[in-house]
Design a protein around this ligand. Structure first.
Ligand code: HEC
Length: 86
């Protein structure tokens, strides 16, 4: 019973992190990368499915024309982007 409770708690936490990643993405990334990372006017190339480690690196350090983005939940956003379908 106790073990099941722990599993449920872990699952809840995991899905909350993903939900927040999605929310942050729509607020801080979607204007350039399009809804669900399919690409937008500013950056037409899709970023959906980009490996999380690379996304994290770009969020923190920027790349080319993209400036680093200051957000608290960068790892959750990176996981969210990595999990999007190309
Ligand atoms: C002001 C517009 C803008 C915002 C906001 C922005 N990006 Fe970008 N992003 C770009 C542009 C432009 C590039 C292409 C940079 C280059 O390679 O010259 C890029 C590149 C990337 C890449 C690398 C893609 C590749 O194929 O090389 C990733 C990953 C990425 N952005 C993720 C994010 C995430 C996650 C966020 C939100 C936290 C975000 N970006 C916010 C404009 C933006």
């Amino acid at each position: 019973m106790k073990r099941a409770l722990v599993a449920v708690t872990v699952l809840l936490f995991a899905s909350t992190a993903l939900a927040n990643g999605a929310e942050t993405f729509s607020k801080k990334c979607a204007m350039c990368h399009g809804k669900e990372g399919v690409g937008g006017k500013i950056m037409p190339r899709p970023i959906a499915g980009t490996p999380a480690a690379k996304v994290l690196k770009v969020i923190k350090g920027g790349q080319g024309k993209m400036k680093p983005v200051a957000i608290d939940d960068a790892p959750a956003v990176a996981d969210y982007v990595a999990g999007l379908k190309k």
